[in-house]
Design a binder for this molecule. Structure first.
Ligand code: SAM
Length: 267
């Protein structure tokens, strides 16, 4: 079942949370003149049009990046990726995580992206053609296991499933443990939604038990519309790089200031 399509949700507050952290980590890793591997298990189409019917239908970007962009100083890596995306693709363009990676990385770095949805992967191939990225229309976890440990060994994996079925929550801790076993130096960033009823709770408990040094960071915000179940956004990072704790506190404070809600501190 593949009914989820990210273009309805691109640029929402969960994307702001995830993409700000992703941009920061990539920027940190590229401060060192050593190549790295970027692997993404659930890539989406890579580039979004916030003026599309889908984006306007939900209005999530209007309540997301449109309001939140000013939280970030102009030299913040996320803000820079936003500006570069608009300069290349127009004022309503919004970068998905693959484009954030492509913009933040160097020619010496490698990019592998998995996307299963036929329409999304077609868009992704068109967008990513100039980047020299490897695009795989394949299950993301299957690809992750096949590619790890990657060359170069230094690097980052973003795991951003659509959680369309409850079984995803049960399977993820096992997938992460298997990937970590094969690639113990890789930075693994998992995104999860915080929904009414907290269906993520047992997954998270299992992750925290298995990876006590992982960085857990959650932000809360009002649901995008009446009846919408998403109340927040979470990230669980295995092998968090130095300084991410501080960045997470700063980012959490931006959400807290604007939504007077509690952002769970890291760790
Ligand atoms: N990471 C993207 C970003 O931040 O721009 C958004 C990705 S979206 C949340 C999740 C994507 O995973 C969807 O495009 C969906 O088609 C894709 N997908 C769903 N199941 C998949 C699977 N088993 N393997 C790879 N991709 C999958």
């Amino acid at each position: 079942m593949l009914s989820y399509q990210h273009h309805y949700h691109a640029g929402n507050l969960a994307d702001v949370h995830k993409h700000a952290v992703l941009s920061w980590v990539l920027n940190y890793l590229t401060l060192k003149d050593k190549p790295l591997s970027y692997i993404e298990t659930h890539a989406g189409r890579g580039l979004y049009d916030l003026a599309s019917d889908a984006a306007l239908k939900t209005g999530e970007a209007a309540q997301g990046i449109t309001l939140a962009e000013g939280w970030f100083p102009p030299d913040h890596p996320y803000r820079q990726r936003l500006m570069e995306t608009r300069a290349a693709h127009g004022p309503q363009a919004y970068p998905g995580s693959p484009l954030i990676a492509a913009l933040g990385l160097r020619e010496t770095d490698s990019i592998h992206l998995a996307e299963l949805h036929p329409q999304e992967v077609q868009h992704l191939r068109a967008t990513a053609a100039p980047w020299g990225a490897h695009i795989h229309q394949r299950d993301g976890f299957e690809l992750a296991l096949a590619l790890t440990p990657p060359t170069p060994r230094r690097g980052l994996m973003l795991i951003d499933p659509s959680y369309e079925v409850k079984a995803d929550y049960d399977a993820i801790p096992k997938h992460l443990a298997n990937i970590h076993r094969k690639w113990n130096v890789g930075i693994l960033i998992l995104w999860y939604p915080i929904l009414t009823g907290a269906p993520h709770a047992s997954m998270l408990k299992s992750l925290v038990d298995s990876f006590p040094d992982g960085l857990r960071h959650e932000v809360r915000f009002p649901p995008a519309r009446d009846g919408h179940r998403m109340e927040g956004s979470g990230l669980f990072v295995i092998n968090p790089p130095f300084g991410l704790d501080d960045e997470a506190v700063w980012l959490g404070n931006q959400f807290k200031t604007h939504y007077q809600s509690v952002a769970t501190g890291p760790r």
